[in-house]
Structure formats: structure tokens, C-alpha cells
Design a protein around this ligand. Structure first.
Ligand SMILES: Cc1cc2nc3c(=O)[nH]c(=O)nc-3n(C[C@H](O)[C@H](O)[C@H](O)COP(=O)(O)OP(=O)(O)OC[C@H]3O[C@@H](n4cnc5c(N)ncnc54)[C@H](O)[C@@H]3O)c2cc1C
Length: 237
């Protein structure tokens, strides 16, 4: 047990939010959370909570803030950085149950997902629309989008398509203070919304700029084009 104040009321409050079975305190159950895939640094948390939905996650973070209790987020625990390990004890919040794919917008080519969505599952889902999500760490059968974002993961496809940072259009975040903030949001990628300056700068014809990333055939690297777009605007400001 770690040195910070830890009391049963906290566990009771967690159980009230997420339910009895979603809160782990048994040392045997906690064993599974004491390291990530690196296994180099081990540190057992005092407690693990597995929220069933976003609302519960928010309440857990707010509870930690209220009690000044340290917490660490965990996706699939495949990282090689020690990121999901509670080095000083405290609470591990395991987001594996936040795995809903909330929206796939085929026209504007973005999707909205919860952080616990497993990468391969997302691609499986997207394939029915003829789309794919390019960043491909080799842990894709297990790792989650939340972990990918935190680690800026990439795989072999990054040579052509870039890494996770090139594909995150927006984030909704619960800050350690419990406050919810939004960064960015879906970009409307349809040609109609690209301004003339962008088209002149890219020197592309209308057709290629509008071409979607499809599973078959030549793909247009939209992220590269958007980076160029950002640079183009920076030059003109
Ligand atoms: C066999 C294997 C192959 C791998 N191949 C690659 C590869 O090719 N390329 C590559 O880049 N990496 C690779 N990795 C590393 C790892 O899979 C990636 O870093 C992956 O993105 C981690 O995702 P995860 O869901 O397991 O995150 P976790 O390991 O659970 O967490 C990673 C970090 O993200 C944070 N985090 C997780 N979820 C959230 C959330 N919802 N909100 C805020 N923070 C969160 C955690 O606190 C932690 O700091 C590999 C690992 C293994 C074991």
C-alpha cells in the first residue's frame, strides 16, 4: 500500500458510482495492472476501477479530484513506456468498457469513438464503408485508440500515411480537475469547403483533392494536404 491517504470510504464511493464488480482491490486482481507490456517497471495500484460508461468515468475523475487521490488511465496496457503503471500507487482507471464507435461520417471521412475502442475493431467496422484508419501499431489486435493517442502510435503504414497525431481531428478530454474540455473537432473535408487559396497552393485538380481514402486503389493523403493547408495559411498570415 502506498503512502498517500487511502481509505475505505473512497472505495465505497467508487462502488457507488460504477457498481460493486467494477472496483478491484483484491491483490491478485491488482497483479494484472502492475506493469505494461515492457514489464520492466512494476508498481501495484491500490485499486482499479473499470467505468461502464463515459458518465461514470467523469464522476470517478471528479471523485479523485475531490479527495486529491492520484489516478492513472489504462487502455489495453500494451505500451512499452510504463505510461499506464501507477508508479506511486493510487487508482488505475481502466477504460476498456468505453468501446463504442459513436459515429462514422462517410461523406466527411471522420469517425467519433470512445477511447477504449480496439484499433482492429475500428478498422473492421470501417471496412464496411470502404474506409480504413491508417495508423497501425503491431499491437492493433489489442491496443486502444486512447492509448494510441497518448503514445502517438504508428506502424509500418506510417511511412506513407503518418502516425496517430496526423489523424486526430479533435478530442474531448476530462482534465484532472474534472472539467470537460473540447479540442478541435471534425474537419469538413469536402471540396466545397476548401478555399481557393488552398486549391491554388496545392495546384491540384478538383477531382484529386476530393478523392477519398479507399481500401482499393491510389489513396490521397489528406493529412499531408491538410498540413500543407496549415502551412499555406501560416505563410499568408
Ligand atoms: C507486441 C507489441 C507491438 C507493438 N507495436 C507497436 C508499433 O508498431 N508502434 C507503436 O507505436 N507502438 C507499438 N507498441 C506499443 C503500444 O501498443 C502502443 O503504444 C499502444 O498505442 C498502446 O495502447 P494501449 O491501449 O495498450 O495503451 P496503454 O498501454 O494502456 O496506455 C498507454 C498510455 O496511454 C494512456 N492512456 C490510455 N488510455 C487513455 C485514455 N483514455 N485517456 C488518457 N490517457 C490514456 C495511459 O495512461 C498510458 O500513458 C507495441 C506493443 C506491443 C506489446
Amino acid at each position: 500500500m502506498s503512502s498517500h491517504s487511502w481509505h475505505p470510504e473512497f472505495v465505497r464511493a467508487l462502488k457507488k458510482i460504477c457498481g460493486e464488480r467494477s472496483v478491484l482491490t483484491d491483490p491478485t486482481a491488482l497483479l494484472a495492472y502492475e506493469n505494461d507490456a515492457l514489464s520492466f517497471h512494476r508498481s501495484r495500484p491500490d485499486c482499479v476501477v473499470i467505468p461502464n460508461n463515459y458518465e461514470q468515468l467523469k464522476q470517478v475523475v471528479q471523485l479523485c479530484k475531490g479527495q486529491d487521490f492520484p489516478f492513472t488511465l489504462r487502455g489495453a496496457g500494451t505500451s512499452l513506456s510504463g505510461g499506464p503503471v501507477a508508479v506511486a500507487g493510487g487508482l488505475v482507471i481502466h477504460v476498456s468498457k468505453l468501446r463504442n464507435i459513436l459515429e462514422v461520417n462517410v461523406e466527411d471521412q471522420y469517425c467519433v469513438v470512445e477511447p477504449g475502442v480496439v484499433l482492429n475493431r475500428l478498422n473492421q467496422h470501417l471496412s464496411q464503408f470502404g474506409l480504413f484508419y491508417p495508423p497501425d501499431p503491431s499491437s492493433s489486435g489489442t491496443c486502444t485508440i486512447g492509448g494510441n493517442v497518448a503514445e502517438n502510435s504508428g506502424g509500418l503504414r506510417c511511412f506513407r500515411y503518418g502516425v496517430t497525431a496526423n489523424y486526430v481531428l479533435g478530442l474531448e478530454m476530462i482534465l484532472p480537475t474534472g472539467e470537460v474540455v473540447q479540442f478541435g473537432g471534425p474537419a469538413r473535408l469536402r471540396l466545397a469547403q476548401f478555399d481557393d487559396r488552398f486549391r491554388r497552393h496545392l495546384g491540384r485538380d478538383r477531382q484529386s483533392v476530393a478523392a477519398p481514402q479507399t481500401l482499393a486503389g491510389e489513396n490521397l493523403d489528406l493529412s499531408r494536404d491538410l498540413r500543407q493547408y496549415a502551412r499555406c495559411h501560416a505563410h499568408h498570415c
